[in-house]
Structures are given as C-alpha cells and as structure tokens.
Design a protein around this ligand. Structure first.
Ligand SMILES: COc1cc(/C=C/C(=O)SCCNC(=O)CCNC(=O)[C@H](O)C(C)(C)COP(=O)(O)OP(=O)(O)OC[C@H]2O[C@@H](n3cnc4c(N)ncnc43)[C@H](O)[C@@H]2OP(=O)(O)O)ccc1O
Ligand SMILES: O=C(O)CCC(=O)C(=O)O
Ligand SMILES: [Fe+2]
Length: 356
C-alpha cells in the first residue's frame, strides 16, 4: 500500500484511532469526499456497468413444503447466489424495530457510541468498527458497524450490550432463526442431505453474527465504496435493507451489476463461501457491493450465519458420493475467518484459502 498523505493520516487518526467513525467525520459537515475514501476509477461502480432491467428472484416462502418453493430456492442458490424472500414469517414490526434501533445507536453522542469501539468495548461479543480492515485498505469504506456475536453462549453477555438496541437485535435474531433453519434444510436437501443433526447444525450455524450497518450520507457516493466487491464467508447471510437501495450483485456478464430493489418486509438471502465449498460449487457465493446515498443515511442488518469457530468444513460426503472430485480441502472456520479479516475486501479471493 502506498504511503498516505498527511491530511489522510489526520483523517485516519480521527476516524479510526480516535473512534469517531465515518459518522463522526460526516457530522463535522464535510462537503467533499476526502482522499482517504477515494477509489481508483477502475474500482468505481460506473452507471454503464449497471444492468437496469435485471433483478434477482423474489420467492414467496409462505409454504416451505411446496416442491416448487424448494426448487426455486435451490435453483436461485445455484444460478444467482442471491434471492429475496417474502411471506417468511418474521413480523414487519420486528424488522422495523431493528432498523430503528440501528438509527438510534448511530444517533447517540460520540461518548456513548465510543464505549463500544473496538478495543474499548466491555465485551468482545459487541464491537463498533469502521470500514473493513482500515490497516490494509488504501481507500476506506464509507461505513460504520456495530457487530454482535449471537451464539447462545455469547448472549450471556447481553447485559453489557448497548441498551438502545440490544432487545431489538435479539428479537430479530430469534425471529429469524426458524427462517434460517428452513433455508438450510431446503438447501441441504438439494444436496442429498437427509437431516441436519447437532454436529451439522454447529457447522452450518454455530456462530451467527448480527451487524447494524450504518452508511451515512455521502457528498459523492460515486467516488467511494460503502462496501467493496466481496463475497460473504458465511454459510448464508440474511440481510434486511432499508428503502434507500444501494446494494448491487455481480451479474454473469463481465463486470456488470444488478441493483437489489428494496421490497418492504422482504429479506435478502445470499449464499456464502462456506456453502459454496460444502456444495462443491453447486451453490454460488456471489460478489456484491454497496454504494452509499447522497442525501440519506442508509442502514442494513445482515445476519451472517457462520459455522462454529472450531467447525471443520469441506465438500459434503453426500455431494461427493458418486465419485466427484472435491474442489476444496477441509478447513477450520476460525482460520478462514482470520484470513478474511487479514486483507481488504477483494472479490472472491478468500476462497483460494480452501481451494485445492
Ligand atoms: C462480509 O461477510 C462476512 C462478515 C462477517 C463478519 C463481519 C463483521 O463485521 S464481524 C466484526 C469483526 N469481527 C470480530 O470482531 C470477530 C472477533 N474478532 C476477531 O476475531 C479479530 O478481531 C479479527 C476480526 C480476526 C481481526 O484480528 P486482528 O487482525 O488481530 O485485529 P484486531 O485485534 O481486531 O484489531 C487490531 C487493532 O485495530 C483496531 N481495529 C481493527 N479493525 C478495526 C476497524 N474496522 N475499525 C476500527 N478499529 C479497528 C482494533 O480495535 C485494534 O485496536 P487496539 O487499540 O486494540 O490495538 C461474517 C461473515 C461474513 O460472511
Ligand atoms: O449493507 C448491505 O446491504 C450489505 C452489506 C454486506 O454486504 C456485508 O456487510 O457483507
Ligand atoms: Fe456481504
């Protein structure tokens, strides 16, 4: 990474070391995007690269047992890696409450937010961070996020979580659990797995993380990234977005992107690297990126459904039983996670860690 100019060093200190986040910088009233956030032209999302008429599938899951629903889910996981679900059973008021909780947390004064800043937080199950890996990024991402580890054991530290949003995060996670379970059952059935036993459950969903993502309004969103192109490392991700839009998914055509249209009450589902690996490439973890908004603050709430830290995953025996060659080796999830967090968001490069 090239050395940063003195002004960028000052901004980095204010945003990262002093824990103000990009929210704190925007609150100073900046009218242009600082150099520290400017992407090289080849990394920007240009209007010509957006496919205006394409969209990812929207699946009505009111009847999970309907073979057509199962087919749509497995088909979308294989072709698009992304789909939206409606009539999933998570009540609208729970979804609205967790989005409001995100605005409430990021609306707190600096001193209150900063109690949870990475390194200050009273518990490692909740951390406030900015960008992705600021130490490894030439240009930072225009986002702050409050991250909650949500396994049953992590929930023991609930009393230390921020009171302005903790109930809403837990209620959202608890309500989404049955949707996650159903999705995994359908997707695994599509891979000839008959039943998700306790060991498989730990590998598929042992350490979920809920993030409250906050993308403050940006004077020129075209010059910077809310989130750079990346695939998620989860088994799958359940994402609640607000009505501002700004999430783009990579299309099959060279360097073109599809906007994920906000649908009130819908959840966006994407396959993560782990499920691509377990399925030996039958399901696809597709790159996506976020662009901030010029006039409005955007929030989203992903649930990263991750394996337990010591879970070992690789292509499933059921997938390989007909003699198919494994494309990936077996990997411990915590090693994969550390590798992902050791570099900037970089497309699908994390998968090389497991590729044979
Ligand atoms: C996209 O698909 C995903 C995403 C995710 C998960 C998303 C998340 O955002 S989870 C939040 C990050 N994860 C955790 O906090 C989990 C527990 N943490 C760790 O395991 C480690 O922290 C680590 C993520 C592996 C990184 O370890 P390491 O490289 O040793 O660095 P740290 O010790 O964390 O930090 C060193 C130093 O820098 C400060 N810092 C680091 N990053 C930030 C940041 N983004 N913003 C602000 N400050 C940062 C940190 O506080 C330390 O400062 P000190 O003052 O203490 O020295 C899941 C699944 C998916 O599919
Ligand atoms: O904010 C969004 O819409 C997506 C965020 C995302 O892709 C991520 O955090 O991995
Ligand atoms: Fe993502």
């Amino acid at each position: 990474m090239a050395p940063r100019n003195p002004n960028s060093e000052k901004i980095l200190d204010f945003v990262v070391n002093k824990g103000n986040g990009i929210k704190g910088l925007v609150d100073t009233g900046i009218e242009t995007v600082p150099d520290l956030y400017i992407l090289p032209i080849e990394e920007r999302l240009l209007p010509n690269n957006i496919l205006p008429y394409d969209s990812i599938p929207v699946i009505d899951v009111s009847n999970w047992d309907d073979p057509k629903v199962k087919e749509s889910i497995c088909g979308a996981a294989g072709k698009w890696g992304f789909f939206q679900i409606i009539n999933h059973g998570v009540p609208l008021h729970v979804l609205d409450a967790v989005k409001e909780a995100a605005y409430r947390f990021f609306g707190l004064p600096y001193e209150e937010r900063n109690k949870y800043w990475a390194g200050n937080s009273p518990t490692d199950t909740v951390t406030l961070k900015t960008s992705f890996v600021p130490q490894a990024e030439a240009a930072l991402e225009w986002k702050d996020y409050l991250s909650f580890r949500c396994s049953p054991r992590d929930l023991e530290s609930f009393p230390l979580w921020p009171p302005v949003c903790r109930d809403e995060v837990v209620e959202y996670m608890e309500s989404a659990k049955s949707v996650i379970r159903k999705l995994l059952e359908v997707l695994l059935e599509g891979l000839k797995v008959k039943q998700i036993d306790k060991a498989r459950e730990y590998t598929l969903m042992g350490s979920p993380i809920v993030n409250l993502m906050y993308y403050p309004h940006c004077p020129n969103p075209d010059f910077t990234a809310g989130v750079r192109p990346h695939s998620d490392i989860s088994t799958l991700t359940v994402l609640l977005q607000d009505d501002n839009g700004g999430l783009y998914v990579r299309a099959t055509e060279n360097d073109s992107w599809i906007h994920v249209l906000p649908i009130n009450g819908a959840l966006v589902i994407n396959i993560g690297d782990i499920l691509q690996i377990m399925s030996n490439d039958r399901y696809k973890s597709i790159e996506h990126r976020v662009v901030a908004n010029r006039s409005k603050d955007r929030v989203s709430v992903p649930i990263f459904v991750n394996p337990g830290p010591d879970a070992v995953f690789g292509p499933l025996p059921e997938v390989l039983e007909s003699g198919e060659q494994p494309l990936y080796k077996e990997v411990v999830f915590s090693d994969y996670f550390k590798y992902f967090f050791s570099k900037k968001h970089d497309g699908k490069k994390s998968m090389d860690f497991a590729r044979i």
